[in-house]
Design a protein around this ligand. Structure first.
Ligand code: ADP
Ligand code: MG
Length: 687
């Protein structure tokens, strides 16, 4: 039985109990038994008591203790989803939303999309009449607030993975705190894998409320309760490399082979950073395992990153057959969002892909950057679920102790805030600098965002949303620059083309990743390449795909990812519906590609770059910030180097590379964004 222990500080309640660690949840045990073995099961009564009595409950528990899959079910069993109400559980990552929802549906023995459903951007597998437990990304919850600012259909909202401090999680937390004042019956659960609960608790307990509480008996109690689920993971032995490694992909592969040779059975989880290095590692590992001979024939090598198909996801979770060893090569997603059973060995590269934004140069990119100590500990912990495990860190102990930062920086402090600002504005939050943030963004980033939004015509001189453009841009569930591009295409008469482009840009890549077949891939690209650039190339591919009768064979032949193309079609349909709602009727410009390029410029003028005449090797500089950038080798304009281009995004490795590039006429810039490109910059009023 859990005991309630009053914390000396008063107001905060800890729960503790010892529990016997679960053994493997594998195979032949009934689902009910598996549920009962999870650490949170012992806290069922306590959790329900706290949710009943406190407006906010913070649940801290190690990854795999059952927070995400069990707590929503406990709530439902206790009646929180009765009389048409819904229990929501948010996740920062879409793949986690899908995986967890399908697991919970399976545990409850119901069809996914009925009693248990999920919603991620462009995919709604829920039913407004039937769904009682709904998993969704925090971004989607934000969108829902635009239609229903008080989120009235939800009785309990569980903000999961709060330790990740994603930008949407932080915005959601700030807004929920507001909503709670208006809806005292709403319950919040904030769950997190690390013990940073105190600061979260303080966030929800503002000083005013603290005073109001003194001596008063309030129902529900307003100070947050903290519950820590004590899981007893097994010991994990940590190994470090002696000297820094030069190539972590190669080092990871060698380590996996070494484990496979020397260590007893048990699955291996490798942390790399993204699809590119994961695919590279898989290729390398497959080759080396093959040449390594018989010992390696038992390896089942699987990738884990967002954008996997359902079938690929299922493989990750399916039990490893006897005599085999699973090697899952994953992004950060397996750090806390998803629990894989059977992992005994972890290989940690020490890196992850992180967003970084520099408000001075106005450049945001995804960078492969060192993780924090907190992340390193989480990663190691994944090895100790089944039995004592081992973690191989591909960095030195000295580095871990002396150089790694203790905690990561919240995403809101290292992101471009354009999307964030427009969403808050659309929710009627005008005083953005004064908004109650769990962690404040920098004023410079805020000013940059306001400036871009002003230039896009989304905000007026008083920093209020313009009508209709501002409201329309806010309504489109895509970044504001894409939304603006779509709206402009309506005026220019090329909305049919632009919607296709928007759909392609919202997925990772439509090319089949072709390690070792780079030449064939490049040849395939040439077949579709348009002189104008990548955006127009996408239109050629889309046309070809339609003409082939949406054939998977055709995709295969042309190195195009069939699943990605199907996704493009789906997203395109949804965008078409949204466009119709905004009064945009699709119109094609036929062969007038200049109109398409102008529409792209109208949205992405801030990303304009000029070729530096005196340089070799295709060096560009951003027109606004004079930052050095280069065209990415994957672009059809690589080595073509037009005078003036606009990029969709930047990736940074040894240099800043522009991905998805289109050539433009520089005179269009002052045409579409006079304020942005004038000498005298106009500063919008900041409230
Ligand atoms: P937490 O949220 O505390 O990290 P979860 O509720 O996600 O824990 O996981 C609890 C258990 O459910 C784990 O043992 C995990 O392996 C299992 N589980 C979660 N999702 C799936 C899935 N899609 N397939 C199979 N097992 C799953
Ligand atoms: Mg979880």
């Amino acid at each position: 039985k859990p005991r309630l222990v009053e914390d000396e500080d008063g107001g905060v309640i800890f729960l503790s109990s010892s529990y016997s660690s679960s053994s493997s949840g594998y195979g032949y045990v009934s689902i009910e038994k598996q549920r009962q073995r999870l650490p949170v099961y012992k806290y069922r009564t306590a959790i329900l008591y706290l949710v009943e009595s406190y407006a906010t409950t913070i649940v801290v528990g190690e990854t795999g203790s059952g927070k995400t899959t069990q707590i929503p079910q406990f709530l439902k069993e206790a009646g929180w989803a009765d009389s048409g109400r819904v229990i929501a559980c948010t996740q920062p990552r879409r793949l986690a939303v899908q995986a967890v929802a399908s697991r919970v549906a399976e545990e409850m023995g119901v069809k996914l999309g009925e009693e248990v459903g999920y919603t991620i951007r462009f995919e709604d597998i829920s039913n407004p009449d039937l769904t009682r437990i709904k998993f969704l990304t925090d971004g989607v919850l934000l969108r829902e607030m635009m239609d229903d600012p008080l989120l009235t259909k939800y009785s309990v909202i569980m903000v999961d993975e709060a330790h990740e401090r994603s930008i949407s999680t932080d915005i959601v937390l700030g807004l929920l705190k507001k909503i709670q004042k208006r809806r005292p019956e709403l319950r919040l659960i904030i769950s997190s894998a690390t013990i940073e609960a105190k600061s979260m608790s303080n966030f929800f307990l503002s000083s005013k409320r603290r005073q109001a509480l003194e001596g008063e008996e309030l129902r529900p109690r307003l100070e947050p309760a903290i519950l820590s689920v004590e899981g007893r993971g097994f010991n994990v032995q940590i190994h470090y490399v002696e000297d820094p490694v030069r190539d972590y992909v190669q080092a990871a592969v060698s380590t996996v082979l070494l484990i496979n040779d020397k260590e007893p059975p048990g699955d291996i989880l490798v942390f790399l950073t993204g699809q590119d290095d994961i695919d590279a590692a898989i290729k390398l590992l497959t080759e080396e395992a093959r040449s390594n001979g018989k010992n390696s024939s038992g390896l089942i090598i699987l990738p884990l990153y967002s954008g996997l198909t359902r079938a690929e996801q299922d493989l990750i979770f399916s039990p490893t057959p006897k005599g085999k060893r699973k090697v899952v090569i994953s992004t950060n997603i397996a750090e806390t969002s998803l629990t894989l059973e059977g992992i005994v060995y972890v290989v940690d590269s020490g890196f992850s892909k992180q967003r970084f934004y520099n408000p001075i140069s106005d450049i945001e990119n995804l960078v492969v950057a060192p993780i924090s100590k907190a992340s390193a500990r989480q990663r190691a912990g994944r090895a100790g679920r089944l039995r004592p495990g081992m973690c191989y860190r591909l960095y030195t102990e000295e580095y871990f102790l002396n150089e790694m930062s203790v905690q990561g920086i919240p995403e809101i402090q290292r992101s471009n805030l354009v999307s964030c600002v427009i969403q808050l504005k659309a929710l009627g939050i005008d005083n953005i600098l004064g908004f109650d943030w769990p962690a404040s963004p920098s004023p410079e980033s805020m000013i940059r965002a306001l400036e871009v939004l002003f230039s896009l015509g989304v905000l007026d001189d008083d920093a209020k949303l313009t009508s209709p453009v501002g409201f329309q841009v806010a309504e489109i569930p895509l970044e504001p620059m894409i939304a603006k591009m779509i709206l402009s295409s309506n005026e220019l008469g090329c909305s049919d083309e632009i919607i296709t482009i928007a759909a392609v840009l919202s997925i990772q890549s439509i090319w089949f990743s072709a390690r070792g077949a780079q030449k064939e891939l490049d040849e395939a690209k040439l077949r579709f390449a348009a002189a104008e650039g990548d955006h127009v190339t996408f239109l050629n591919i889309y046309k070809g795909f339609l003409q082939s009768g949406r054939s998977s064979k055709w995709c295969h032949k042309n190195f195009i990812n069939y699943h990605a193309m199907k996704k493009v079609m789906e997203i395109r349909e949804q965008l078409k519906r949204i466009a119709l709602r905004l009064g945009i009727v699709l119109k094609s410009c036929e062969t007038e590609m200049q109109l398409v390029r102008k529409a792209v410029t109208a949205g992405f003028f801030a990303n304009a770059c000029r070729l530096e005449a005196y340089s070799h090797g295709g060096m560009y500089k951003t027109i606004r910030g004079s930052q050095e950038v280069y065209i990415h080798p994957s672009s059809v304009l690589f080595r073509v180097n037009p005078k003036c281009v606009i990029y969709h995004s930047l990736v940074s490795t040894d240099r800043q590379y522009m991905r998805n590039v289109i050539s433009i006429d520089p005179s269009w810039l002052t045409e579409v964004a006079p304020h942005f490109y004038q000498q005298q910059r106009h500063n919008p009023t900041i409230h």
